[in-house]
Design a protein around this ligand. Structure first.
Ligand code: SDX
Length: 389
């Protein structure tokens, strides 16, 4: 019998599981391929950031135009996927499927219909990455139309070719073209959500790609991982938590009452959604960027939206004062998307519409220099025993 392995790090905390040239997540900075997140949020569109992540460098004007045209040309969904999306309303009403599950199934079906699905060459992977980046917002839009009992918006083209990536997604979801501010806020949120090194869903995609399985399979697994409320699902859960607090306070935002609610939550050992992070201990670089943009958008839209930020700011101050825990990007995201009128169950699917670029970059990086990802386990089960002993 071999001697016991050293005790594993719970949740692989602090374990460096590989090299990547895509992203660096540090206490003092978040970097995508050498560019710092504030620089990108201030100066780059999501299409430019998507190109950077997928191709490795900032696009020239000509490269960006070609890339945008590629995305627009690939927005429309195959009829089989539209037919599937037309069946989802009863599943949502029954509670057996939420939008993240529907998105996961639709992406998997896209793989069944993609002639290059089994081809994991660098060239085919890049083409598939662009097709998925183009089509995921369309899946979200068409799915929302069906859930709302509305006609599917632009089923033949996947949207309006005159709209950018973020604006077209909002247009597909509601049938209304967003104003410039809503477009900008969502565009920046997609940049903030695009990539984050070996987070749970990205690592899941690399483990799948590491067996030389295909991109659609790896992305399907990543969507399943991102759904969890400890990961991407936190943006929906954070807004649900704020609505629970607001309801319990009868809509009266007074700090003592919030403190009392939080104290009860602490006593119950509740995890407050949108707070904490495995790596960031002095705050998530992305959260203040989105909070500022989201609050400004709420202030333009009226007191019924600003009140969520007023409540959220009290909650995050208490978390800081009592637990020294900072909000992560999901906390401001909930309040921001709520102010923009986005249905809460679509918050995490929109996270997917951004993170598909990071996942695809990691899947391509894994395939390009692969070694099967296969860690060891520390056996703590029963001692050796005889079946007919
Ligand atoms: C994302 O990894 C990534 O990069 C992810 C992400 C990305 O871009 O891909 O950044 C996106 O998923 C952000 C995280 C979203 N999740 C949440 O907001 C869910 C709530 N957060 C927690 O579940 C937690 O903070 C995690 C999961 C995010 C991190 O958990 P860890 O590193 O495993 O920390 P832990 O659970 O061991 O907590 C350490 C201590 C505990 O106290 P003790 O039991 O030791 O006394 O801090 C406490 C925890 O109770 N704590 C919290 C808390 N987060 C940590 N207490 C209350 N509420 C919280 N949110």
């Amino acid at each position: 019998m071999t001697t016991a392995a050293p005790a594993p790090k719970a949740g692989l905390e602090g374990v460096v599981a590989g090299d990547t040239s895509i992203c660096n997540v540090e206490q003092d900075a978040l970097i995508y391929r050498g560019y710092e997140i504030h620089d990108l949020a201030d100066n780059a569109s999501f299409e430019e950031v998507a190109y950077l992540l997928l191709e490795g460098d900032k696009p020239t004007a000509a490269q960006l135009k070609f890339f945008k045209d590629e995305l627009i040309a690939n927005r429309a969904l195959p009829p089989q996927v539209i037919d599937y999306l037309k069946t989802v309303k009863p599943m949502v009403i029954a509670g057996s499927a939420v939008p993240m599950d529907i998105l996961r199934t639709a992406v998997s079906l896209l793989g069944n219909l993609d002639k290059e699905c089994q081809d994991i060459s660098a060239e085919a992977n890049l083409r598939k990455a662009k097709r998925l980046t183009a089509k995921i917002p369309t899946i979200i839009g068409h799915m929302q139309n069906v859930i709302d009992g509305q006609e599917i918006v632009a089923p033949d083209t996947g949207g309006d070719a005159n709209l950018g990536h973020a604006a077209n997604m909002l247009y597909l979801m509601s049938g209304k073209k967003p104003d410039a501010e809503a477009e900008k806020v969502v565009d920046v949120s997609l940049t903030l959500y695009a990539e984050h090194d070996y987070n749970a869903s990205t690592f899941a995609s690399r483990v799948i790609a590491g067996t030389l399985s295909d991109m659609h399979g790896a992305v399907t697994g990543a969507i399943a991982a991102l759904k969890g409320p400890l990961h991407g699902g936190a943006n929906e859960a954070a807004m649900d938590m704020l609505r629970e607090i607001m309801k319990d306070l009868d809509g009266k935002i007074e700090k003592p009452a919030v403190e009392q609610w939080m104290r009860k939550a602490f006593e119950e050992k509740r995890k407050l959604m949108g707070f904490g992070h495995r790596v960031y201990k002095n705050g998530d670089h992305r959260a203040p960027i989105l909070h500022k943009l989201g609050r400004a958008a709420a202030e333009k839209r009226g007191a019924e939206f600003v009140k969520w930020f007023e409540l959220g700011e009290i909650v995050q101050q208490i978390m800081l004062d009592e637990k020294s825990i900072h909000p992560n990007v999901d906390f401001p995201c909930g309040m921001t998307y709520f102010a923009l009128g986005i249905p809460i169950p679509q918050y995490t699917p929109i996270f997917v519409a951004a993170r598909i670029t990071g996942w695809a970059a990691h899947i391509m990086e894994q395939h390009a220099n692969n070694r099967l990802i296969r860690p060891r386990a520390n056996y703590v089960g029963p001692d050796l025993r005889k079946w007919n002993g």
